[in-house]
Design a protein around this ligand. Structure first.
Ligand code: FAD
Length: 401
C-alpha cells in the first residue's frame, strides 16, 4: 500500500507547520456552514477543518500511490483514441482513475458546499495536485482542470453556476480552457474564433482552436471574438458550451510525453454557447484570472514531477553498486542527490506559500464583496490588505512557476 501524502516527510512537515487553522477559519466563513444546511459534512471548528484536510489528502495520496502511479506507464505507452466521429475515447485506465477520484468525491475540490464541493482552500488543492502529478504528470491535467469550474464559479451568472457546478462536483463532467488558435498562441489578443448572436440573443461559435488540453471534455470555456470591429483583446468574450456534434475534435497532438492527456484541435460549427460574465471582459479579466490560477497549478505539477524524479534518482544511487558499494557513497553522486532534495524542498516551500497567499487574497476579496455590515475602518484596512496581497501574489506566482 503506497500513500504519496503520508510517505512524504516534507509535505507532512509543511502541513503541520503552516497556519492551516487561520486559513480554515476564513475559508469556512467562521464555520457558519456547519449549521446553515448547505451540506451535512461542513466542519464545525478549526481542528475539525484541518482534520478534514488531512483526511482528504490521505485519500488523494492513497489513490495516487495505489492506483494512478501503477497505471501511468501503460497509459503513457498507449495514449487516448480519436474516433472518426470527432470524439475521443480516453484510455480505459485514465477513465478508471477519474472514476476512482469521482467515487472518492475529489472532483469538486475547491467548489463551495452548496454545489457539492469540498470547499478546500487553494493550498490543499496545490498539495493534492503535487501528489497526483508525482503519480502521473498527464493525469494531473485532468485533475487540475478543476480550475475551469472555479472560473465558472467566480464569473458566471447564478443560472449557469447552478446548471454546471454540481455536475463538476459529482464528477459527471470535465472541462477545457479553450484559448489557443493556430495564429493566436502567446498573443491571445489575436483570437479570431467568432461568436455571433441571433435575433433572439442566442450565441453560437464558429472557428478553430488548437492545443486544447482535454478539448474532448464535456464543458468548454471558449475565448471568442464577440465584437468584430474591435481587433484587440477588448473585442473578446468568454463563452461556455457543452460537448455536442457541433464541436468536433479534428486531431490529437502527437507529443513527446504526457500521452495520457489528450491535446485536441477543435472545430466549432454553429456551436451553441452562453456568455460568461460580461461582454468584452473575456481576455482582460476572466482569462487572466484563470491563467494566474493555472500558473500555480503548473508549479505544483512540476513539483510532483521533480519529487518523482528525485525519488528515482535516490533509489538508483542506493541500489546501483560500483567500486564495491552503492554509488551514493561517491561524493559526486551524493552531492547531486542532495542538491535535488534541496531544490525540491525549496520549490515546495515557495509554491505552498504562493498558494497560501492566493487563498488569503481571494478570501479577502470575497469578504469585501459579501459582507454588508463591514465598517469604514475595516473596509479601508481590507482594501489596503487587498493591494498588498495582490502585489505579493504577482511576485510569488511567476516565481513558483
Ligand atoms: C501540451 C500542451 C497543452 C496545452 N493546453 C492548452 C489548453 O488547454 N488551452 C489552451 O488554450 N492552450 C493550450 N496550449 C497552448 C499553449 O498555451 C500555447 O502553446 C502557448 O500559448 C504558446 O503559443 P504557441 O505555441 O502558438 O507559440 P507562439 O506564441 O507562436 O510562440 C513561439 C515562440 O515565441 C516565443 N514568444 C512568443 N511571444 C513571446 C514574447 N512576448 N517574448 C518572448 N518570447 C515569446 C515563445 O516562447 C515560443 O518559443 C497547450 C500547449 C501544449 C504544448
Amino acid at each position: 500500500m503506497a500513500n504519496f501524502f503520508t510517505d512524504n516527510a516534507d509535505i507532512q512537515f509543511l502541513f503541520n507547520h503552516i497556519d492551516l487553522a487561520e486559513l480554515a477559519r476564513i475559508q469556512e466563513d467562521e464555520f457558519v456552514h456547519a449549521d446553515d444546511g448547505a451540506c451535512d459534512y461542513a466542519p464545525a471548528d478549526e481542528a475539525d477543518t484541518v482534520d478534514n484536510y488531512r483526511r482528504i489528502l490521505e485519500i488523494v495520496g492513497q489513490v495516487a500511490g495505489d492506483m494512478i502511479a501503477p497505471n501511468a506507464e501503460q497509459v503513457d505507452a498507449e495514449g487516448n483514441t480519436l474516433n472518426q466521429d470527432g470524439t475521443v475515447t480516453l484510455h480505459p485506465l485514465v477513465q478508471k482513475n477519474l472514476d476512482r477520484l469521482t467515487q472518492a468525491d475529489m472532483m469538486g475540490f475547491t467548489l463551495p458546499y452548496k454545489y457539492g464541493g469540498l470547499n478546500c482552500p487553494n493550498l490543499i488543492y496545490t498539495m493534492a495536485t503535487e501528489i497526483i502529478s508525482r503519480a502521473d504528470c498527464s493525469f494531473m491535467n485532468m485533475f487540475g482542470l478543476q480550475g475551469i469550474a472555479e472560473t465558472v464559479n467566480a464569473f458566471a451568472c447564478e443560472e449557469i453556476k447552478d446548471e454546471v457546478l454540481p455536475r463538476f462536483a459529482r464528477g459527471e463532467v470535465t472541462g477545457a480552457m479553450v484559448l489557443t488558435e493556430p495564429d493566436a498562441g502567446s498573443d491571445l489578443q489575436a483570437v479570431r474564433l467568432r461568436a455571433t448572436q441571433d435575433e433572439q440573443g442566442n450565441w453560437c461559435l464558429n472557428g478553430v482552436k488548437r492545443f486544447i488540453t482535454n478539448g474532448c471534455g464535456e464543458i468548454l470555456l471558449t475565448l471568442a471574438r464577440s465584437e468584430p470591429d474591435i481587433a484587440d483583446g477588448r473585442g473578446l468574450s468568454l463563452f461556455i458550451s457543452e460537448r455536442s456534434e457541433k464541436v468536433k475534435v479534428r486531431h490529437l497532438e502527437s507529443k513527446l510525453g504526457i500521452h495520457g492527456s489528450p491535446t485536441c484541435e477543435l472545430v466549432y460549427t454553429d456551436t451553441p454557447a452562453k456568455l460568461v460574465g460580461e461582454r468584452q471582459r473575456g481576455l482582460i479579466t476572466y482569462v487572466l484570472a484563470l491563467m494566474n490560477g493555472a500558473r500555480v497549478g503548473i508549479a505544483s505539477q512540476s513539483l510532483g514531477v521533480a519529487e518523482a524524479a528525485y525519488r528515482l534518482a535516490r533509489t538508483y544511487a542506493h541500489t546501483r553498486c560500483q567500486f564495491g558499494g552503492p554509488i551514493k557513497r561517491l561524493p559526486a553522486v551524493a552531492e547531486m542527490v542532495t542538491d535535488m532534495a534541496i531544490h525540491v524542498e525549496a520549490a515546495r516551500a515557495l509554491t505552498y506559500e504562493t498558494s497560501r497567499v492566493c487563498d488569503h487574497e481571494r478570501n479577502n476579496l470575497r469578504i469585501m464583496e459579501w459582507s454588508k455590515d463591514i465598517d469604514k475602518d475595516e473596509k479601508k484596512r481590507r482594501k489596503q490588505l487587498a493591494r498588498s496581497l495582490k502585489r505579493l501574489n504577482a511576485m510569488l506566482t511567476p516565481m513558483s512557476k
